[in-house]
Design a protein around this ligand. Structure first.
Ligand SMILES: NC(=O)C1=CN([C@@H]2O[C@H](COP(=O)(O)OP(=O)(O)OC[C@H]3O[C@@H](n4cnc5c(N)ncnc54)[C@H](O)[C@@H]3O)[C@@H](O)[C@H]2O)[C@@H](O)CC1
Ligand SMILES: [K+]
Length: 482
């Protein structure tokens, strides 16, 4: 089963892997035609009712594969308003080739005649909410007609994720849906055929640019809505927490506070005026600081715990005591990781170990990435948390779902890149599900590294990465006016 949002991500990932949407549309159209052939004999009359998005595009393709039938294509709305290039190109191909097409300017005039089969290609997974006109009247006309109805991907007006419809929806007898089942189809009376349209498994298995579609920023959001974060780190080191904090800001967090031992607090402040720094007395984290940290963490969307903390016994005790009480979301990195398997916590954790740290946590690793992915999945299930295991292929698993990120390069073996990743993961975990946050963070951090390496090769240093993050995460057109 796949949700609409995940389907859109996988579709974009397929494109990035070299399988363009137009090619997928050709497969979808072919699948629709195959289904028509199984439902109606040669020579039967088929009325295709098409919308102006890619759902309609699938049906324009199908028409080309139905030469043995008497096909009429009804387009709802003006051809100039077809919303995607690939749907428009397929519509124009029908005009040039003199197919029987009709433009329905007023849905009251939609005349289906008395076809043997109606194909509902008005709207698919790209739609939410009540059907608008002309689709709503067209759906009613289809429901009044006695012909068998085959829906393309999902009956128009039905939410593919829930099966609900807010207003009128097409009452389909059959559905041909693409790539994978849709949760919303299982409660309908229609029979459902799932058709493989040639999306590579890699488009789901590997994190790709499409996975970033979970990151959407409400234009009306306020300060703090897009992530209010606390980084707990530093002591033996000062650069690590500062890198995490700056990376979190560049990954889109609104507010980043750092709590660090006072001996390094001024150094951390000095790195950036964007950070809010709180001193913990002394030169390393101790159990005496835990109450203060819990108080500060309470109002945060996510905590990043570990960068530069060191492994003094008192520090690890403090980490353990923090997790015993904390109930929010935390990204755990570096020396703090070894505490995770020991502790009984109600917190939601995203752990970001490299393979050595994974072994220290009690997990197993393997040279072969597929084998490693299996081991990480089992260990994530045992720990009951999300793991992002760093490597040339980063493995992300929550014990149930496992994805792999292939971005990044050998220049990123330089010190500090893990601190950056922890910060990016924190920013995303503040607003996203832990698994999605870890997947996007791994991909974006590696992609930022690839952007930097294109200019600086293996002269890449960790402080380059935060600056490259916005470009690595830019999904184009997201910022109004750009
Ligand atoms: N991997 C994929 O995701 C693939 C998707 N394909 C097809 O593409 C479809 C999704 O296409 P799109 O994203 O273009 O979306 P749709 O074709 O489902 O709908 C988009 C159109 O609906 C309009 N619209 C939105 N809400 C509406 C409402 N409430 N009432 C009336 N009109 C409304 C929009 O203005 C737009 O013109 C899938 O269902 C499938 O049929 C295939 O072409 C190939 C691969
Ligand atoms: K449809």
């Amino acid at each position: 089963m796949i949700t609409s949002r995940r389907m859109a991500a996988v579709d974009e990932n397929a494109e990035a892997l070299g399988v363009p949407r137009k090619q997928l549309m050709e497969s979808s159209g072919n699948a629709v035609a195959r289904e028509v052939r199984s439902l109606a004999d040669d020579g039967a009359t088929v009325a295709i009712v098409a919308g102006r998005g890619n759902n309609g595009g699938d049906a324009f393709v199908a028409a080309r594969f139905l030469k043995a039938y008497d096909v009429t294509v009804h387009l709802l709305g003006r051809p100039e308003t077809i919303s995607t290039d690939i749907a428009r190109e397929n519509w124009e191909a029908l005009q040039h080739a003199e197919f029987d097409t009709r433009v329905v300017r007023d849905s009251q005039t939609l005349d289906l005649d008395d076809p043997d089969l109606v194909v509902d290609a008005m709207l698919g997974t790209g739609v939410t909410g009540e059907l608008r006109e002309p689709e709503a009247s067209a759906a009613e006309a289809m429901n009044r007609n006695s012909a068998t109805v085959l829906a393309v991907d999902v009956p128009s007006g039905v939410d593919a994720d829930t099966g609900d419809s807010e207003g009128v929806a097409v009452d389909a007898d059959h559905v041909v849906t693409f790539h994978d089942g849709k949760p919303g189809l299982s409660n309908l009376r229609a029979t459902v055929v799932v058709s493989d349209i040639g999306i590579p498994t890699a488009a789901e298995r590997f994190v790709g640019p499409g996975d970033l579609n979970v990151v959407v920023r409400d234009p009306a959001s306020h300060k703090g809505d897009n992530g209010d974060i606390l980084v707990v780190g530093g002591g033996p080191f000062s650069g690590a927490p500062a890198l995490s904090a700056q990376a979190a800001l560049r990954a889109g967090a609104d507010l980043v506070n750092v709590a660090c031992p006072e001996d390094v607090a001024d150094a951390v402040r000095g790195y950036s005026e964007n950070l809010i720094v709180h001193d913990l007395d002394g030169d390393h984290l101790r159990p005496a600081h835990v109450d203060e940290l819990l108080g500060r963490a309470e109002s945060k969307d996510a905590v990043v715990l570990g960068p530069g903390l060191g492994s003094a016994d008192e520090t690890l005790d403090a980490v353990e005591q923090f997790f015993a009480e904390f109930e929010g979301t935390a990204v755990v990195d570096a020396d703090a990781l070894q505490v995770v398997p020991e502790v009984d916590t109600d917190a939601t954790l995203v752990c970001t170990p490299h393979q050595g740290e994974l072994q220290k946590m009690g997990g197993e690793t393997a040279d072969d990435w597929e084998e490693r992915a299996e081991l990480v999945e089992v260990f994530a299930g045992d720990v009951g948390q999300t793991l992002l295991v760093k490597g040339a292929y980063d493995i992300v698993s929550d014990g149930e779902q496992t994805r792999v990120s292939r971005t990044g390069n050998a220049g990123m073996t330089v010190g500090g890149t893990g601190d950056v990743l922890a910060g990016v993961t924190g920013a995303l975990a503040a607003t996203q599900e832990p698994f999605d946050a870890a997947c996007v963070a791994a991909w974006a951090n590696g992609h930022a590294g690839d952007i930097v390496a294109a200019e600086r090769g293996y002269g890449l240093v960790s402080t380059d990465l935060p600056d490259a993050l916005p470009k690595a995460m830019n999904r184009g057109g997201e910022v109004e006016g750009v």
